[in-house]
Design a protein around this ligand. Structure first.
Ligand SMILES: NC(=O)c1ccc[n+]([C@@H]2O[C@H](COP(=O)([O-])OP(=O)(O)OC[C@H]3O[C@@H](n4cnc5c(N)ncnc54)[C@H](OP(=O)(O)O)[C@@H]3O)[C@@H](O)[C@H]2O)c1
Length: 266
């Protein structure tokens, strides 16, 4: 079981990020929680300090902004916080046709899902290399292996995350640093509300039995990290579906995705 001096979790104010904080706390000397809603981070920090007696730092940061990421790095460095664990979890989606999407939202999604994740790796890797140890968990998605109409840009950002993580894992092997890409299917978090373009507009038709709990996603992600797995698809149904998809020829995948009913309503 891997132990950490300091773990940085992005998007720790809700959903999977909060769950990572709760499940990793017992293995860490200190945790740094990052998101925009610092009040939420403070509440989570209080309960972690009370339950686990560990050092918890909360840093408000809009990760879509490069200058905020640099400030996060310099604040942590000035306080002697050099993470040997980085959970690149913050992410968002956008449900609906691409042609009438709000460009500001699409742009923020690309900055958050791809640029921020890449930038945090770039900022914190030198100190991991100096320490001769490190773990990076990049939260991708099952969408990374599917071109999804009405979810096109989101799926493409996650294809980037999975590809980047696979290549980085090979580059970093000689430094004793592991990279694991986690590819969840649907999970009940705030993700759906943020991705909806109007309140109550969500993707319909996703069967409830396909959902995996936050706790299970994070438990399997951490288990994957412990065994240096390159990729984790949490939940057996998701793992089975991913294996099936990976065997399909692209022509068959195109046929399935174009004959599938359009899912966004509202
Ligand atoms: N839920 C799913 O079905 C599902 C499936 C596959 C993959 N994923 C991936 O799992 C990851 C976690 O998502 P989730 O389901 O836990 O969603 P969530 O409940 O909406 O949580 C997203 C987290 O990201 C933070 N965040 C959003 N924008 C940010 C910004 N500009 N700067 C800093 N932090 C920001 C949010 O905090 P603030 O709002 O406080 O900033 C929140 O803590 C994402 O990468 C998502 O793509 C989710």
């Amino acid at each position: 079981m891997k132990q950490f001096r300091c773990v940085l979790i992005s998007g720790a104010s809700a959903g999977l990020g909060e769950e990572f904080a709760r499940q990793l706390a017992a293995r860490c000397q200190s945790i740094v929680l990052v998101a925009r809603r610092v009040d939420r981070l403070n509440e989570i920090a209080e309960s972690l300090r009370a339950q686990q007696g560990i050092e918890v730092h909360c840093i408000a940061c809009d990760l879509t902004k490069a200058e905020d990421r640099v400030t996060l790095f310099s604040t942590m460095s000035a306080n002697g916080l050099f993470p040997d664990g980085l959970i690149n979890n913050a992410g968002m989606g956008d449900y609906g046709a691409f042609h009438d999407a709000d460009w500001q939202k699409i742009s923020a999604m690309m900055q958050l899902n791809m640029e921020a994740l890449t930038h945090l790796c770039h900022l914190f890797l030198p100190s991991m290399i100096r320490q001769g140890r490190g773990e990076i968990i990049n939260i991708s998605s099952m969408a990374s292996i599917l071109p999804i109409p009405d979810f096109a840009v989101y799926a493409a950002t996650k294809a980037y995350v999975s590809s980047f993580s696979e290549a980085l894992k090979i580059e970093l092997r000689e430094f004793g640093i592991n990279v694991t890409a986690v590819c969840p299917g649907p999970v009940h978090t705030e993700f759906g509300q943020v991705a909806a373009r109007r309140e109550g507009t969500e993707i319909h038709g996703m069967r409830e039995w396909f959902y995996v709990s936050k706790a299970q996603v994070v438990t399997e992600a951490i288990r994957g990290m412990d065994r240096d797995a390159a990729r984790v698809y949490p939940g057996w149904k998701i793992a089975l579906a991913a294996a099936g998809i990976s065997l399909l020829p692209l022509a068959a995948l195109r046929l399935i995705m174009s004959s599938r009913p359009r899912k966004v309503q509202g």
